[in-house]
Design a protein around this ligand. Structure first.
Ligand code: HEC
Length: 238
C-alpha cells in the first residue's frame, strides 16, 4: 500500500512525464523467439521530422515462421513512435511511424519482443537526422550529384552510376569516405576528379556552387557515413 502511494505520488510529481499518460501496452496473445527488420532502417530526415517510410519489424517463432499477436515495443532516445507498442499482425509484422528528435546526428532505434520463456529478443536500427546545413547539402546533392553518386534510380531520375568506370563511392561507404579529409573533399568537389588524381568523369563544381553550398555538401556527406565519421582531434565517449 505504501509502495503504491509512493509510486502514485511520484507520478503526480512529474508533470509532463509522458509515461503516466502513455496508453497501456496491448496484451500479447503469442510469443516469438526472434525479431527482424523488414524495412525502415538507415533512413534520413530533417531534424524533428518524420521518416519518409515507417519502420516494419517481423516476429518469428522457433520454426522460423512469423508469429501473429506478439508484442513489439519501439524505443529510442529523443524519438517518437506511433504506436510505441503494437501486436504483430497475421504476417508477424508490426509497423510504427517514426519522428526523429531535434538534435542532428544518428539515432538508434530498438525494437523488442518478449520471448515465451522470459527475456526478450531485440534488434537495433540506425536513422539519421540532418541539421539545417546538412539538409541544404542533401538538396544540393539531389540537384547535382545524386545522378552519379546514387546507384538506385527513382521515377524522376535515372542513375548514371553503372555507366561510370571507375564508379564513385556511395556516401554511406564510411570506410572510404572517413579517410578523405575535408580539404580533399573540398578540392575534388570544387576542381573535379583530376584534382585528386581521379577520373575526369567527376566534374568540377567550383564555378557552379557557392562555397557555402560546397561546405553544406561536405557536412551532408559526413552525416551519411557508416560507420559514422568522427571529427579528427575530437574524443568521443562510449
Ligand atoms: C557525371 C557523374 C558525376 C557527378 C554528377 C558527380 N560525381 Fe562525384 N564522382 C564521379 C566519379 C566517376 C567519381 C570517381 C572518380 C574516381 O574514383 O576516379 C567521383 C568521385 C567523387 C568523390 C571522391 C570519393 C569517391 O566517391 O570516389 C567525391 C567526394 C565526389 N565525387 C563528390 C561529388 C559531389 C559532391 C557531387 C555534386 C556536387 C558530385 N560528386 C557529382 C562522378 C560524378
Amino acid at each position: 500500500m505504501r509502495l503504491q502511494l509512493a509510486l502514485l505520488s511520484s507520478a503526480l510529481l512529474l508533470p509532463g512525464c509522458s509515461r503516466s499518460s502513455a496508453p497501456k501496452p496491448p496484451a500479447p496473445t503469442a510469443y516469438g523467439i526472434q525479431i527482424a527488420e523488414v524495412s525502415g532502417g538507415k533512413q534520413v530526415a530533417a531534424v524533428g521530422s518524420a521518416l519518409p517510410q515507417p519502420v516494419v519489424m517481423q516476429v518469428n517463432g522457433a520454426d522460423g515462421n512469423p508469429v501473429a499477436g506478439a508484442l513489439v515495443s519501439f524505443r529510442g532516445e529523443g524519438v517518437d513512435f506511433n504506436p510505441a507498442q503494437a501486436l504483430s499482425d497475421a504476417s508477424g509484422q508490426a509497423t510504427a511511424a517514426v519522428r526523429l528528435g531535434s538534435a542532428p546526428g544518428d539515432y538508434q532505434i530498438v525494437a523488442e519482443t518478449p520471448k515465451s520463456g522470459g527475456g526478450s529478443a531485440a534488434v537495433t536500427l540506425r536513422e539519421t537526422a540532418l541539421g539545417y546545413e546538412q539538409k541544404l547539402g542533401s538538396e544540393v546533392n539531389d540537384k547535382y550529384c545524386n545522378r552519379c553518386h546514387d546507384n538506385e534510380s527513382t521515377p524522376e531520375r535515372v542513375s548514371n552510376f553503372d555507366n561510370l568506370s571507375p564508379a564513385p563511392h556511395l556516401y554511406t561507404d564510411g570506410a572510404t569516405y572517413n579517410r578523405i579529409s575535408d580539404a580533399d573533399l573540398l578540392n575534388i568537389i570544387a576542381r573535379g576528379g583530376p584534382a585528386l588524381g581521379k577520373s575526369p568523369q567527376m566534374p568540377a563544381y567550383g564555378s557552379t556552387l557557392k562555397p557555402a553550398e560546397i561546405k553544406a555538401l561536405i557536412s551532408y556527406i559526413r552525416a551519411m557515413a557508416d560507420p559514422p565519421y568522427q571529427t579528427p582531434g575530437v574524443k568521443y565517449g562510449k
